[in-house]
Design a protein around this ligand. Structure first.
Ligand code: CMP
Length: 140
C-alpha cells in the first residue's frame, strides 16, 4: 500500500551537513520526497509536536534540543513508507541500531539520533498535518 510518512532531520544532523546524505538514503530506498522545508522550531512548537512524551523524563531536554537549530521536515511517499523509513532509520538508540542504518551511521546518542520518523499510519497523518498544508505536498 502506498503510504506517506513524516521525516525530520534533527538539528545536529542539519548542522553537520548531513541533509543530502540522509535524503539520498531515503530516495535509494524508494521513498519519494513529496514535500520538504527547513524550519527552526519554537519551544511551543517542539512541545506540541512531542506532547505525547510530556510526562517522560527526557521531554525538557528533547524539546530544547529540537529548538537548538534548523531542522529539515519532509513527507516521504512510497510502498509501506512508514515501516520502510523506520527500517532505514534504525533503532532509536544509535548504539542499538543495525549497521548501515542512518542512526547507526550518524546518530550520536538516544536524543541526538539524527532523524525522526512516524511510527504508525495515524501518527503519520497527524505529524504531516502538523507541518504541512495540503497544497505544500506534491505527489508524483
Ligand atoms: P524520536 O523518534 O524523535 O521520538 C522521540 C524522541 O525522544 C526520540 O526520537 C529520541 O530522540 C528522544 N529520546 C530522548 N531520550 C530518550 C529515551 N531515553 N528513550 C527514548 N527516546 C528518547
Amino acid at each position: 500500500m502506498i503510504e506517506r510518512t513524516l521525516s525530520i532531520i534533527k538539528p545536529d544532523a542539519v548542522a553537520r551537513g548531513l541533509i543530502g546524505e540522509i535524503l539520498k538514503r531515503c530516495e535509494a530506498a524508494g521513498l519519494k520526497i513529496v514535500a520538504a522545508k527547513l524550519l527552526h522550531l519554537s519551544a511551543e512548537q517542539a512541545g506540541a509536536f512531542y506532547a505525547v512524551h510530556k510526562e517522560r523524563p527526557f521531554f525538557a531536554s528533547l524539546t530544547e534540543y529540537m529548538c537548538s537549530g534548523p531542522i529539515l521536515v519532509s513527507v516521504l511517499e512510497g510502498e509501506a513508507a512508514i515501516s520502510k523509513n523506520r527500517e532505514i532509520m534504525g533503532a532509536t538508540d544509535p548504539a542499538k541500531a543495525a549497521p548501515g542504518t542512518i542512526r547507526r551511521d550518524w546518530g550520536k546518542d538516544v536524543e541526538k539520533n539524527a532523524v525522526h520518523g512516524s511510527d504508525a499510519p495515524q501518527t503519520a497523518q497527524w505529524e504531516i498535518v502538523f507541518f504541512f498544508k495540503p497544497d505544500e505536498i506534491h505527489s508524483r
